[in-house]
Write a protein that binds this ligand. Structure first.
Ligand code: F6R
Length: 248
């Protein structure tokens, strides 16, 4: 794994932004895998700024988001559909038909999961998947214990994940109990993965990801088995990682 250590959140956002722009400019029909949450917000702001300056166009870009809550309508401010429009899509020239998120209000959720897999396959898989990291090591909404062989599926969210995400909702009861997420195997099929992490509160998780054993108890550890992973993390997030790993 290639580790890029940056000073702080702003530097992480700028670094991944220029990294993605470089990919968008070099790939023919770039397929980006996108994440939501606090971590990529600065990245999206930076992408919009660069777009406004004419430094990047999204007209040939396809996107696939990692996950979506079950039961939230698209116009619900807490849905990831809403988030993506608000934070990126409506500000740039990406074509709506080229943007994809699992539909958390589909009548048949299992069919929705299969369809999502098919559309990713038809797009010849994700070129660069951006990931955030859950405190419990989740990637997408693949909670500890999820088989590494999982494909897109419906998950019951961990209490700790619902707690962490409750900051966006009026009350804990409003946080959905389920979500649809790309599976671990689906994520691992991405040709390249960029994991973003910032802040001291993720330091234990990053150390376990880099130094711990590969285990389904800590989903992100699977990334040790991917051939092309770049971690862009700030000093605080890397504060518990030994120098022998950082200088490898
Ligand atoms: C979001 C996602 C999650 C988040 C993770 C970190 O689409 O799949 O795995 O990346 O929960 O969230 P933040 O960035 O809010 O700390």
């Amino acid at each position: 794994m290639n580790i890029i250590k940056v000073k702080d959140y702003a530097a992480m956002s700028e670094k991944v932004c220029t990294y993605l722009i470089d990919k968008i400019q070099t790939l023919d029909n770039p397929v980006l895998g996108l994440a939501t949450g606090s971590t990529p917000e600065g990245m999206y702001k930076c992408l919009i700024e660069k777009y406004n300056k004419g430094e990047v166009s999204f007209k040939d870009v396809l996107t696939f988001n990692l996950d979506e809550y079950v039961g939230l309508e698209k116009n619900d401010p807490n849905s990831y559909y809403f988030y993506m429009n608000d934070k990126l899509f409506r500000h740039v020239d990406v074509l709506e038909r080229n943007t994809h998120l699992p539909n958390g209000t589909a009548e048949n959720l299992d069919q929705e999961c299969k369809d999502y897999e098919r559309v990713i396959r038809d797009a010849c898989y994700v070129d660069v998947q951006v990931l955030g990291l859950g405190l419990n090591g989740h990637i997408g909404f693949n909670e500890p214990g999820t088989p590494f062989t999982s494909r897109t599926h419906v998950v019951e969210l961990d209490e700790s994940t619902r707690n962490a995400n409750s900051r966006f909702f009026d009350s804990m009861e409003d946080v959905p109990a389920k979500a649809i997420t790309m599976g671990i195997e689906t994520i691992m099929e991405s040709k390249e993965i960029v994991l973003l992490v910032y802040g001291e509160k993720k330091a234990d998780a990053v150390a376990r990801l880099l130094e711990g054993e590969v285990s389904e108890d800590f989903p992100a550890s699977v990334l040790q088995q991917h051939d092309y992973v770049t971690i862009i993390a700030d000093e605080a997030a890397l504060s518990k990682v030994g120098n022998q790993i950082l200088n490898k």
